[in-house]
Design a protein around this ligand. Structure first.
Ligand SMILES: [Cu+2]
Length: 343
């Protein structure tokens, strides 16, 4: 009898130990700061839905890493943008057919406006909105021990976003009035288009580590564009490295700090409908660069009760460094708010 109790106790302790040394998603920092995508995998049979709202804004100009004035830009171009706020709604779903494999799909709706000033001092705005590119991906978890996890992502971005968004500008309106154009609308420059127009590969590698009340994560991610789109250009490849650190303040709330390094290549080719002398954003030399962004966030997680497995993440982003090719608008603050619900 004594022997049996001994055996049961031994089994129980080893079970508890095994539980303790595994990484756990059931804590506020079990998900990365909300602006990080594809940061976690799921256990077999789990289904998760997510909604993210993202607000980003760009304002004023930079040439390389120096601030420049609108007058400087207007000595080379007819028009310069002054401000571009962008909003994005992202709907995603994740499903794990096994403990190792999680499938992911994400769609988004984008709306942007761009304010401009012309060499003559006239101001005007353009806007575009619609569905962006659709992303599908497979996450493969290949390490899960000592409170560490690693997974790889292989994904593809399907070009469902419009690359022919149009708007009326003072120049296109006057050309139309003079009978030089069939319509007063003209195609918008590269940053105002909603998709890449190409099938893009998205690959990522994520490392996660937990301690009793804190955690660390790192993710390397790249977007590689394949081929040329119907408008004869290809957006630049993206290379991104995120690292973050989080502290669980309570069982339902964690705080996080994140740093992202981002390298974006220049657009190759050019849309023949765009005149690169007209506006900064229509010149492909003014695309791509190196950026370092920071993020401060908070995650809320309901471990039990009627809201069990519901998460809310909020992250405020702030650029620390930007070295942009040619002349481009400066990246400013961003805000990401997301809800995630697992079944
Ligand atoms: Cu998920």
């Amino acid at each position: 009898m004594k022997k049996h109790i001994y055996a049961i106790l031994l089994l129980a302790t080893s079970f508890i130990n095994a539980q303790e040394i595994k990484w756990s998603g059931s804590r506020p920092d079990g998900h990365a700061p909300i602006a990080v995508m594809g940061d976690h995998t799921h256990s077999k049979g789990e289904l998760m839905f997510s909604y993210r709202y993202m607000y980003m804004t760009m304002e004023n100009l930079k040439q390389g890493d120096n601030d420049i004035s609108f007058a400087d830009a207007l000595s080379q171009y007819m028009v310069t943008p002054t401000r571009m706020p962008m909003q994005m709604h992202m709907i995603g779903a994740m499903y794990a057919p096994s403990d190792r494999i999680t499938l992911m799909v994400m769609g988004n709706y984008i709306s942007s406006t761009m304010d401009h000033v012309t060499r003559m001092g006239q101001t005007f705005s353009t806007a575009s909105s619609g569905f962006g590119d659709t992303k599908i991906a497979v996450l493969y978890k290949f390490m899960d021990k000592n409170k560490q996890r690693m997974h790889a992502q292989i994904g593809v971005s399907i070009p469902t976003g419009d690359i022919d968004s149009e708007a009326i500008t003072p120049a296109s309106q006057s050309a139309f009035n003079n009978g030089m154009r069939p319509s007063p609308e003209t195609i918008l420059p590269y940053p105002m288009q909603l998709g890449s127009g190409t099938f893009d590969g998205e690959f990522a590698l994520t490392y996660l580590k937990q301690w009793s009340t804190t955690s660390f994560g790192a993710q390397a991610r790249t977007t590689l564009r394949f081929g040329e789109n119907d408008n004869e250009y290809t957006l630049g490849n993206r290379y991104q490295l995120d690292t973050w650190y989080a502290i669980n303040a309570t069982a339902i709330m964690s705080f996080s700090a994140r740093i992202r390094g981002l390298y974006i290549e220049e657009i190759s080719g050019m849309n023949p409908q765009l005149n690169p002398m007209m506006v900064i954003t229509a010149d492909t030399a003014n695309s791509g660069g190196t950026l370092i962004n920071s993020g401060l966030g908070v995650n809320f997680y309901a471990p039990s009760g009627s809201l069990k497995n519901l998460r809310l993440g909020i992250e405020f982003g702030y650029p620390l460094y930007q070295d942009l090719n040619g002349i481009q608008m400066k990246n400013k603050e961003s805000l990401t708010i997301g809800l995630q619900y697992a079944l």
